[in-house]
Ligand binder design. Structure first.
Ligand code: GDP
Ligand code: MG
Length: 397
């Protein structure tokens, strides 16, 4: 395979893994920021390969029908007074979070477009396929102090697939989610409804239902260091007035946050929330995040645009801030670690990468249920038309 990791990483790995040449090595990957503070690694400008939509019943469509259009209130007018609690809970149709979709929708897109992929023959075989959200978690890992993660990895026809597994702690938290947190989640989606129209140049309609089954997903190609990437991420809306109408540069991410009243509150916002916003939007090349700040009564009365490429400036001179190089170098190191750990090409074999704050990333090996995540329909369809040995016609044919 390809050369993996920097010199610094190689040295550190040898400390963690003294000459272990077993089939299943017991090595681990450290996550301390100081280990990843080199120069910013190569990151290819993300390009959109395609898109798909999920409808109100969570059904897949290979088109942009769920894409919405950025439609902020007029800047000269009275300013917004968005009641984010309006419609809760009676006009809320939340997605069933018990349904584990894994990579399924992305795999369907890939199956239907594998013949038209750019990058030349064999590009997919050398790529990593995953959700944008999983990469976001990797980017923020060196700074994360609260929530761990588990990523299942399988190699199939060369490609490395990464799919998140809900940790037992995350599942427990989700099932015990406090009512106020449920309402806060609704409020984030409600903000999108106040800011988006169904047609370019149209007006938002906040009278309807908020159905979180509906999603528009962009499928992107990029490369981090020597790791070709194919990933998909949900996009909130496109700006018909954007300087370039070319995706992903016309896309806008919408967020809500608590109104802030003191410099200390802003500092904390820059250190924690802006890191997550940056990681999520930088990966797919979404150029701006529009934030609605809600007051204690749940009304958004002010909006602020954060250009993705300017977010780091808010913490550049902060000793307790975050550094994009650390995020990207760690992600690259993890992808190298995963590429060199998952050697066997076997869709039913899973290397489970587990991480908890304060510890290194560890690995365990599993076969089939419950961790295997590449569906049979995908594996079979991909296996049937391998462009390898042409089928010899049998005498009866
Ligand atoms: P994000 O960056 O975390 O929002 O996730 P992605 O944009 O990578 O989304 C990948 C897929 O997962 C899309 O189909 C989303 O609709 C879905 N998704 C995103 N967040 C959640 C979540 O919290 N729970 C569930 N069940 N699905 C989610
Ligand atoms: Mg959003």
């Amino acid at each position: 395979m390809e050369p993996r990791g920097t010199k610094r990483r190689t040295e550190k790995l040898e400390v963690a893994e003294p000459r272990n040449k077993l089939a299943y090595s017991t090595s681990s990957l450290p996550t301390e920021p100081a280990l990843y503070s080199g120069p910013f690694p190569f990151y290819r400008r993300p390009s959109e390969l395609g898109c798909f939509s999920l409808d109100a019943q969570r059904q897949y469509h290979g088109d942009a029908r769920a894409l919405r259009y950025y439609s902020p209130p007029p800047t000269n007018g009275p300013g917004p007074e968005f009641d984010l609690r309006d419609g809760y809970p009676d006009r809320y149709l939340p997605r069933d979070e018990e349904v584990r979709e894994g990579l399924d929708h992305l795999l369907r897109w890939l199956l239907e477009h594998r013949g038209q992929l750019e990058g030349g023959p064999g590009w997919l075989a050398g790529a990593i396929v995953t959700w944008r959200g999983h990469l976001t978690k990797l980017l923020t890992t060196p700074y994360e102090r609260q929530e761990g993660w588990q990523l299942a990895a399988s190699r199939f026809q060369g490609t490395l697939y990464l799919s998140e597994v809900e940790t037992p702690a995350a599942r427990a938290q989700r099932l015990a989610r406090p009512p106020l947190l449920r309402e806060l989640m609704y409020m984030g989606y409600k903000f999108e409804q106040y800011m988006c129209a169904d047609k370019p140049g149209g007006s938002p309609d906040p009278s309807g239902e908020v159905n979180t089954n509906v999603a528009f997903c962009s499928v992107l190609r990029s490369r981090l260091g020597n790791h070709p990437l194919l990933f998909s991420g949900e996009v909130d809306c496109t700006d018909p007035q954007a300087p370039s109408t070319q995706p992903p540069t016309c896309y806008v991410e919408l967020k809500t946050s608590k109104e802030m009243y003191s410099p200390g509150q802003w500092r904390s916002f820059y250190r924690h929330k802006l890191l997550k916003w940056w990681a999520q939007s930088f990966l797919p090349g979404v150029p701006k995040v529009v934030a609605g700040f809600r007051n204690p009564e749940g009304f958004v009365c002010s909006l602020k645009t954060f250009p993705t490429m300017e977010m780091f400036e808010h913490v550049r001179n902060d000793r307790d801030g975050w550094n994009p190089s650390v995020c990207m170098n760690f992600c690259a190191a993890f992808l190298s670690f995963a590429q060199s750990t998952v050697v066997q090409d076997d869709s039913r074999l899973v290397h489970l990468f587990s991480w908890e704050p304060g510890s290194p990333v560890t690995v365990s090996v599993h076969r089939d249920a419950p961790y295997a995540f590449l569906p049979m329909w995908y594996v079979e369809a991909m296996t049937q038309d391998l462009p390898s040995v042409p089928k010899t016609p049998s005498p009866t044919e």
